[in-house]
Write a protein that binds this ligand. Structure first.
Ligand SMILES: O=P(O)(O)OC[C@H]1O[C@H](O)[C@H](O)[C@@H](O)[C@@H]1O
Length: 283
């Protein structure tokens, strides 16, 4: 397959633009293999991007779809969400509709995480969907522990008029705002009305992001990823972030297919593992 072309994005960073035959499109930066845009075939943007995002390493880009790897959150010895989102990837192959990006840790990164691995991220645009696969191969001689997530920021008209529907009532979750204390959902949906930061262990394989005001539903389907993290930082935390615009917390909610509290996965030497998220625009 021919290598897809890159174009220059903010701060001189290279990005790949994918376009489906129907006109849907996506943008993927080599920095972090980070998807920063997914547009429907009508041209409407479906992902949230901060208007103060920083596009250059060593910062992760705020918004879109950061890849948390080889650690989700603070569930391990590394800095929050691991180093892949702060690192440069290389293009392996692709076409107009898909691209595969590759990353191997530097000697410096292996000092913090003493494992050799090969990470491949594939992003594919379809007429009504965006598919992302994370594949990791343990190239070292010891088992490699990891956790991971697709940290997807969905754009919503206003968080007051949006919710995440898990499809099952009364699920329990670990509440990150309360030291991972167990809590229970009263219905099957999460309405974001204050800071919400929760790990659903063994979450349903499909979660819907519903924007009532825009009349839009996106299904988040996950394969090989047992958990889901739901997050909105709310006003105080978001307005304290240097790379988040004022009150922009109202315009997103995160649904993050993950191996979080179910992990870490212990990947044997020479073995590979993969996980996929499929985002589809239902209406
Ligand atoms: O600010 P970041 O490092 O990108 O993390 C953003 C958020 O990611 C996840 O959703 C975690 O559960 C949150 O605790 C964290 O605040």
């Amino acid at each position: 397959m021919a290598s897809p072309k890159t174009v220059e994005g903010p701060e001189g960073q290279q990005k790949v633009v994918l376009t489906s035959s129907s006109g849907a499109s996506a943008e993927v930066f080599l920095h972090g293999a980070h998807v920063t845009s997914w547009k429907s075939n009508k041209g409407e943007e479906l992902l949230f991007m901060s208007n103060k995002a920083i596009y250059a390493p060593p910062k992760a880009i705020r918004g879109g779809i950061p890849i948390c790897f080889p650690q989700f959150g603070v569930l391990g010895p590394l800095g929050q969400h691991g180093f892949a989102r702060n690192s440069m990837f290389e293009i392996v192959e692709g076409s107009g509709e898909s691209v595969t990006l590759s990353f191997r840790p530097s000697a410096e990164q292996q000092k913090q995480f003493p494992h050799q691995f090969h990470l491949l991220i594939t992003v594919q645009i379809g007429s009504d969907r965006l598919t992302q696969t994370l594949q990791v191969q343990n190239e070292g001689s010891e088992p490699m522990p990891f956790t991971t997530a697709f940290h997807t920021y969905f754009l919503v008209s206003d968080v007051d008029n949006a919710h995440a529907d898990l499809g099952t009532s009364g699920l329990t979750y670990q509440d990150n705002t309360k030291g991972r204390a167990e809590s229970k959902l009263s219905g099957s949906s999460v309405k974001f009305q204050q800071e919400f930061d929760a790990i659903f262990v063994g979450a349903p394989d499909t979660i819907k992001v519903v924007d009532e005001k825009a009349g839009r539903t996106i299904s988040v389907r996950k394969e090989g990823l047992p958990d889901a993290v739901l997050w909105n930082p709310w006003a105080d935390k978001a307005n304290g972030m240097a790379d988040m615009g004022h009150d922009q917390y109202r315009n997103f909610l995160c649904v993050e297919p993950a191996v979080a509290a179910s992990g870490p996965i212990q990947l044997e030497s020479g073995k590979s593992w993969s996980g996929t998220q499929i985002l589809s625009l239902d209406s």
